[in-house]
Every structure is written in structure tokens, then in C-alpha cells.
Design a protein around this ligand. Structure first.
Ligand code: ADP
Length: 263
């Protein structure tokens, strides 16, 4: 089994006089898998994301990215491998055109100019935005902005992309667009994907789900396993996603959803 990320008994607090916001959290992200982390606001999800690319460092435990421990000395190496897309795309734009913006992350990592030109094209094409190179990022729709943000991350050729509530500000169409885009990119480029969300509908297609509660891991498993733990979910005020409920009801009514095509 190859793990791309390993969290080993990680605890974190923002200040010494404040409570721990993560308590002995352990989990792995495998290469090529889509792991989704869900939980209420304040349960520690974003803190996990920031620890994964060295924006924060743990006070207890250790985090390995591709076998390398995240420390002050390794964060630049780590950030090349772990790209992050945040909730508000406007905060991520620095360039006046889409092209400049995609170039910016690569400049930070000191990529050669020729490679940058190539990567601007391939990464924008991967998210279906290749006709927008000269556009101003701020004038794009919410979904298009997030696709450009994903392209900027892809251009650095990471092995893991983290989407931290990256669809939260979008309408349902924009959400679908982003989830489809990232899924296609992930499958085409053999990336690991970590999505952080409080929207349960968004995780039903993930390979694995972790439910966080007050800084601890509450549940972990396939979406099917996690969402069958109705009582444990209800205990922390989470409901089962609509599609899972529908599937259970259809099955109870003798109309199970066909999971494999019939021969
Ligand atoms: P989530 O992403 O699940 O909403 P966070 O990881 O953002 O949760 O936050 C976990 C806890 O850490 C919360 O109690 C939050 O108030 C606290 N917290 C987050 N960022 C900071 C910060 N910069 N300084 C102090 N406390 C913080």
C-alpha cells in the first residue's frame, strides 16, 4: 500500500494558552485516491489542510508527505507536491490576466520559462479554460474562477490537490462544474485528491470519507460505510445525504439501484 500522506497522532493548537484544535489525529491518504473530510464548522478540517502543506506545523505527532516529514526545512519541497484551492477564488488571484495568474505559482517555484509557457496551456486546457488566457480573472463567473485556481495549482504539477470548501461560494451548477472538472483532472493525471466540505452530498462519490468532530476523527470509511452509521452521525448533528437515503428507501421498497450493468 502506498500512502502519499501520513498523519501520525497529530495534535495542534494555535496558541499555548488555547485548547487543542486537533487531538491525536491519525489517517492516511493513498496515492490516486479521493479522500473527503467532512464535519461541522470548527471541527478542525481546515487546520488539517494547512498542516498538510506546511502552512502550519504540528506541536505533537508527525506528518509525512511522500515519505518526507513536514518541517520548516521541507515546506518548499512539500508545497510543490501539495496544491491548495480555497473557498474564495478572488483572494487567490494576483495576476491581471488568467495567464499571469497561472504563471505566478510556477514563478514562485522557479520553473524555467519554456516549461511555464507549456504548463499554462496544458493546465488551462485540463480545466476547459484555454480560451480565457487573456481574460481578467475578476470578471469570470464563480465556477470559472475556481477552474482557473485549479489550473494554477495544476501548473506546478502537484501530486495531491486539496479543495478546502472550494465550492462553498458557488451555485449548484458551479459546484457540479467544479466537482466534475476536478474528478476528470484527478483521473487523467493520477492525482490524490482531498476535498474538505460541510456539504454531505459532495462526498458520496469519494473513495473514502473521514468525519471530524471537535478536533478528533469520529468516523472513517467508504461513503457507504460512513453513511450507514446513522446513529453516530446523528449524535453529532449530521444527517445522511439525500442520495444515500433515497438508495436505502428504494432498496427497502424492493427496487435496489443497479450498481453494475447487467450482462
Ligand atoms: P473547520 O475547517 O472544520 O471549520 P478549523 O480548522 O478552521 O475548522 O478550526 C478549528 C478550530 O480552530 C476552531 O475552534 C477555530 O476557531 C480555531 N482556529 C482556526 N483558525 C485559528 C486561528 N488562526 N487562531 C486561533 N484559532 C483558530
Amino acid at each position: 500500500m502506498s500512502y502519499f500522506i501520513e498523519f501520525r497522532d497529530v495534535s495542534f493548537r494555535y496558541r499555548e494558552d488555547q485548547p487543542w484544535v486537533l487531538k491525536d489525529v491519525s489517517f492516511n491518504v493513498q496515492s490516486d485516491e479521493w479522500l473527503a473530510i467532512i464535519g461541522h464548522n470548527g471541527s478542525g478540517k481546515s487546520t488539517i489542510a494547512k498542516l498538510m502543506n506546511g502552512l502550519l506545523l504540528p506541536q505533537k505527532g508527525e506528518i509525512l508527505v511522500d515519505g518526507v516529514q513536514v518541517t520548516e526545512d521541507t515546506i518548499w519541497e512539500i508545497r510543490k507536491k501539495v496544491g491548495m484551492v480555497f473557498q474564495n477564488p478572488d483572494n487567490q488571484f494576483v495576476g491581471t490576466t488568467v495567464k499571469d495568474d497561472v504563471a505566478f505559482g510556477m514563478e514562485n517555484h522557479g520553473l524555467p520559462r519554456k516549461l511555464m509557457v507549456e504548463r499554462i496551456q496544458t493546465s488551462l486546457a485540463a480545466v476547459g479554460m484555454n480560451d480565457y488566457e487573456a481574460h481578467e480573472p475578476h470578471r469570470l463567473s464563480g465556477g470559472q474562477k475556481q477552474r482557473v485556481a485549479i489550473a494554477s495549482v495544476l501548473a506546478v504539477a502537484p501530486q495531491l490537490i486539496i479543495l478546502d470548501e472550494a465550492t462553498a461560494m458557488l451555485d449548484p451548477k458551479g459546484r457540479l462544474e467544479i466537482m466534475e472538472t476536478i474528478r476528470n483532472v484527478q483521473e487523467d493525471q493520477d492525482l490524490s485528491l482531498l476535498t474538505i466540505t460541510h456539504d454531505l452530498q459532495e462526498v458520496v462519490k469519494a473513495d473514502r470519507v473521514i468525519v471530524m468532530n471537535q478536533g478528533s476523527k469520529w468516523l472513517e470509511g467508504t461513503p457507504r460505510d460512513v453513511f450507514s452509521e446513522k446513529d453516530k452521525l446523528r449524535n453529532i448533528g449530521l444527517d445522511t445525504p439525500f442520495v444515500t437515503k433515497l438508495a436505502a428507501e428504494l432498496s427497502a421498497a424492493g427496487l435496489p439501484i443497479q450498481r453494475e450493468p447487467l450482462n
